[in-house]
Design a protein around this ligand. Structure first.
Ligand code: AHG
Ligand code: MN
Ligand code: MN
Ligand code: MN
Length: 296
């Protein structure tokens, strides 16, 4: 099995981009190692008004420190940082957007959580389709890296010797019927309720853990749908366009799936604010096309 570094070389990845992806992958072990040490909740709120688990803050600080010190990144935007972190003296024009820890409230109950990264050449606010790379680390029974540099999607597993070894390349998201939706049924809109009901009527089974990365990874493999919809109380949904929707949506698209806000492909939306939220439907192309054909 080849390593992620060999995969990147074989796919003609730009050298600085490859070094940056490698650097990010190497943080899986220290982040996972911190799960035991940092179990308390901080009292700070992030830009989305969420209580920052100490681990959210720890992972954020750790990743920013490592990336700033590498000289490979010009600027970093993080779900856990109000402002963009400028990295003077960088040798590249790469921008990293990240959700340093996704699903952090699940660590206390030992469920899988992840870290999400998008890498752009140039400024932060770009359409997701412009990503140079998208990747996520998933801390489950295995620690895995799922990655696209624009030539399909591959998954690597962390071996005992610290190398990420290729598990699967050219991943294609099948049509499928597992589904998960955030929010609660009473607050769902009519269109969302009708869409979810159509999946249930087709034999769909619920698979929703509360961790976007873990729930998406299952849909990447088996097909189906993850949704965090607009609702009466939250017209813009809960998840972030730049830190969650764009990188995960890029991976979904690279695997033949699709990401939508219920009406249009999210990868064609130009963000106006780095912390803006957006309703998310991501999964099998057939399901998303059915959704977009439904009347409000
Ligand atoms: P984060 O931990 O980065 O804030 O993300 C949590 C998100 C996402 O991972 C998950 O699917 C969703 O919140 C769960 O929200 P609910 O608890 O409202 O279902
Ligand atoms: Mn959060
Ligand atoms: Mn998240
Ligand atoms: Mn997070």
């Amino acid at each position: 099995m080849i390593t992620v570094q060999e995969y990147l070389r074989e796919h003609g990845c730009d050298e600085d981009l490859g070094r940056l992806i490698s650097l990010i992958a190497d943080q899986a072990d220290p982040i996972r190692g911190a799960f035991i040490a940092n179990q308390s909740y901080a009292t700070t709120l992030n830009s989305s008004g969420e209580v920052q688990a100490e681990l959210d803050a720890w992972a954020d600080d750790h990743l920013i420190r490592v990336m700033k010190g590498s000289g490979l990144v010009s600027r970093i935007a993080s779900e856990e940082q109000d402002e963009v972190v400028e990295c003077p003296g960088s040798c590249s024009d790469y921008t990293v957007v990240m959700d340093p820890l996704d699903g952090s409230s699940l660590i206390a109950v030992n469920l899988a959580v992840g870290s999400i990264f998008g890498i752009y050449k140039g400024p932060i606010l770009q359409k997701g389709r412009n990503l140079a790379a998208a990747l996520y680390l998933l801390y489950g029974p295995m620690t895995t890296l799922t990655l696209s540099i624009g030539s399909g999607v591959a998954t690597f597993a962390l071996a005992d010797d610290g190398r990420f070894l290729l598990m699967e390349d050219g991943i294609r998201m099948p049509e499928g019927s597992i589904y998960g939706s955030g929010g609660t049924r009473p607050e769902w809109t009519g269109k969302h309720t009708a869409f979810i009901t159509s999946i249930e009527d087709g034999g769909g089974k619920v698979r929703y853990s509360g961790s976007f990365v873990a729930d998406f990874h299952q849909i990447l493999k088996y097909g189906g749908l993850y949704a965090y919809p607009a609702s009466r109380g939250r017209p813009e949904g809960k998840l972030r366009l730049v830190f969650e929707a764009q990188p995960i949506g890029f991976l979904a698209m690279q695997a033949g799936g699709r990401i939508s806000d219920g009406f249009t492909d999210i990868l064609d939306i130009l963000p106006t604010d780095v912390h803006q939220k957006i309703p998310i439907y991501v999964g099998s192309r057939g399901l998303i096309e059915r959704l977009e054909s439904m009347e409000e």
